[in-house]
Structure formats: structure tokens, C-alpha cells
Design a protein around this ligand. Structure first.
Ligand code: HEM
Ligand code: HEM
Length: 184
């Protein structure tokens, strides 16, 4: 059975589960964000989708915190043998940036909602605190930050995933199999 902790040569079940839960939820929140903002006017469906987007984003933030706490207490396995030093450094840099972005993207979304004066009522049940006073100027800055940090995250994820696929199928060093055990 796969150990829940990381081994020196591969990620454990907990790291793998946290990686894919966060990745899939981010894909969903990203797609929903693009779709909902494209709906013209202010319809009940649009408002409902905005709420779902916020609930999903807050949930992602909570799981991302757990993921980072897990990672801080469980060292990553060593890079695949034979990986050039610059690629190992680039991968580590991308991973650190992704850890920052999975926190900062939801934070900017939340602060944008606060500055817009719209409360987040989690799952329609719990009113969450507004972290900022309503402020129209700040609202625009935070919206800009939320949108462009999302595009930055999407670009980093594309390179990250492409690198994993290249290592798996061209270099054949088993990198993707470290996160997708059925490929091992
Ligand atoms: C990782 C989590 C999140 C992702 C991936 C994400 C992604 C996105 C995307 C792609 C958009 C559309 C951007 C565009 O206009 O092109 C968007 C818009 C938006 N997001 Fe998020 N978001 C996340 C978390 C949150 C959170 C936690 C909140 C608030 C609690 C939030 C509030 C909003 C709002 C209000 C908009 C609409 C902005 C507008 O009116 O143009 N988001 N988000
Ligand atoms: C929003 C989407 C994603 C995020 C935020 C993300 C984030 C991360 C992070 C932070 C790590 C480093 C784990 C650690 O050592 O602590 C990692 C590892 C990994 N990710 Fe992703 N990832 C995403 C999507 C993907 C996708 C789509 C693929 C593959 C197609 C992928 C494949 C991998 C692989 C293979 C590793 C292990 C790399 C290694 O062993 O050095 N990830 N990911």
C-alpha cells in the first residue's frame, strides 16, 4: 500500500491527493470565473455562479493552507536522477511560485469582494468578515490583481504540466508517475 508520507524517491498518498484536489478545484474555479464574468447583465444565474465561485475559492484557500503545512513538515522526494541542475532549480522555483499563487489568488479575490462591499456568505450559511472597507479605487486595483495573477498562474501551470509530460514521455525519467502512480 502507498505510504501517506513521502518516500525519498516518490510522493506519498497525502501529497498526491492534496496536489490533485487543489489542481482540479483550481481548474474548476478558473473555468467558472471566466464563464460567469462573460454572462451579460446581472441575472440571478450570474449572481448564483459568483457565489459558487467564491465558495470554491475560499475552500481552495483552506485546502492550500493544509497542503503547505503538510509540505513544510514532509520534505519532497529527491529530483529524478539525471535531471540537469538548471531544470531542478527551475522546477523548484515554479513549485514555490505555485505555492504562493494558490494562496494569493484566492486572497485577492476575497479582498476584491470586500472592497466591492459584497459579503461572502460561505455556502449561503456563514457570513464571513469583510477584511476591507468598501473602496471603489482599491476595488479596481484588486480586481486587476485577481485577474492578472490568475493568468500568471495559468501560464506557470501550463509550463509545469508540459515539463512533467516531457520528462515522462521524452526523457522517460518517471516524473509524471511521481504524481500519477498508475503511470509507474
Ligand atoms: C484559486 C481560487 C480562484 C481562482 C482560480 C479564481 C479565478 C477567477 C477567474 C479566472 C476570474 C475571471 C477573471 C476575468 O475576468 O478574466 C475570476 C473572477 C472573480 N473572482 Fe475569482 N478565483 C479564485 C478565488 C476567488 C475568491 C476566493 C473570491 C472571493 C471570495 C473570488 C472572487 C471573484 C470575483 C468577484 C470575480 C469577478 C471579477 C469581475 O467582476 O470581473 N475569486 N476569478
Ligand atoms: C493548478 C494546477 C497545479 C498546481 C497549483 C500544481 C502545483 C504543484 C506543486 C506546488 C508541486 C510541487 C510539490 C512539492 O514538491 O512540494 C507540484 C508537483 C508536481 N506536479 Fe503539479 N500542479 C498543478 C497541476 C499539474 C498538472 C496539470 C500536472 C501534470 C499534467 C502536474 C504534475 C506535477 C508533477 C509530475 C509533480 C512532481 C514533480 C516532481 O516530482 O518534481 N501538476 N505541482
Amino acid at each position: 500500500m502507498r505510504s501517506t508520507a513521502n518516500a525519498p524517491t516518490g510522493y506519498g498518498a497525502t501529497a498526491i491527493a492534496l496536489h490533485w484536489v487543489v489542481a482540479l478545484a483550481i481548474f474548476a474555479a478558473f473555468g467558472l470565473g471566466l464563464y460567469m464574468t462573460g454572462i451579460p447583465g446581472l441575472t440571478p444565474t450570474k449572481l448564483k455562479l459568483y457565489s459558487w465561485h467564491k465558495w470554491l475559492g475560499v475552500t481552495i484557500f483552506a485546502i492550500a493552507v493544509l497542503r503547505i503545512l503538510w509540505r513544510a513538515t514532509h520534505p519532497a522526494p529527491a529530483v529524478a536522477p539525471g535531471t540537469p541542475a538548471w531544470q531542478a532549480k527551475a522546477a523548484t522555483g515554479a513549485h514555490h511560485l505555485l505555492y504562493v499563487l494558490i494562496l494569493v489568488v484566492p486572497i485577492t479575490g476575497y479582498l476584491y469582494s470586500s472592497a466591492a462591499g459584497v459579503p461572502v456568505v460561505y455556502l449561503g450559511l456563514w457570513k464571513m468578515p469583510a477584511l476591507l472597507e468598501k473602496n471603489d479605487q482599491l476595488k479596481e486595483v484588486l480586481k486587476f490583481a485577481h485577474v492578472w495573477l490568475n493568468y500568471l498562474m495559468a501560464a506557470v501551470v501550463v509550463v509545469h504540466a508540459a515539463a512533467a509530460v516531457k520528462h515522462q514521455f521524452i526523457d522517460r525519467d518517471g516524473t509524471l508517475g511521481r504524481m500519477l502512480p498508475f503511470l509507474r
